[in-house]
Design a protein around this ligand. Structure first.
Ligand code: FMN
Length: 170
């Protein structure tokens, strides 16, 4: 499969099967995240594998977007560890963690698994429930699993703006 075939195949899967995810597959997804580039190679991110009953309950308490997953990957950015661009003091922590998360999202697809990037959750509450997450910008929660046989892309999946709207040659 070419990279664009993989990118085209991926969609936000909102119905996951009960089949458990093998540890080797999670390891491959995590490796893809760690292989991501970061500004000045600062690697100002953390990945948490949430699968304990307490962690699963906490995630269910802070978002409805759980889709039947038995395991979740959470990605966070540590601002204090990131490169800061001198010209405008822009902190690259969230940029770096988002690249990591994007690698992971596509690796999940590459492993034959399915997910949705979940950004809609109560981050402060999650950090209260799981204190280890405090001090990080939480950029993504990935519910991870096998796509249910009834899963299908939402209508939004098919909608992309045109090249002429999105790309300019200057
Ligand atoms: C940063 C980010 C945050 C998102 N947050 C959520 C979310 O909280 N819940 C959800 O159901 N989908 C979420 N999505 C999925 C988007 O709605 C989805 O990617 C978009 O509609 C395009 O559909 P597709 O992924 O199937 O191509 C998020 C996607 C991104 C990139």
């Amino acid at each position: 499969m070419t990279f664009n075939e993989l990118a085209r195949k991926r969609y936000s899967c909102r119905k996951l099967a009960t089949k458990p995810v093998e540890q080797e597959k999670l390891d491959a997804v995590i490796e893809a995240g760690i292989l991501a580039p970061t500004a000045v190679n600062k690697q100002p991110f953390r990945i948490w594998v949430a699968k304990s009953p307490d962690a699963l309950k906490a995630i269910h308490d802070v978002t409805p977007f759980t889709f039947g997953a038995g395991v979740f990957l959470i990605v966070g950015a540590k601002r204090e560890e990131a490169w800061v661009r001198p010209a405008d003091k822009a902190n690259f922590a969230d940029v770096d963690a988002t690249i990591v998360a994007t690698h992971m999202m596509l690796a999940i697809e590459d492993q034959g698994l399915a997910t949705t990037w979940v950004g809609h959750f109560d981050a402060p509450k999650l950090q209260e429930l799981i204190p280890e997450l405090a001090g990080y910008d939480l950029v993504a929660i990935f519910p991870v699993g096998y796509a249910d046989s009834a899963a299908k892309p939402s209508p939004l999946h098919a909608i992309r703006k045109s090249v002429s709207e999105l790309v300019a040659t200057i």
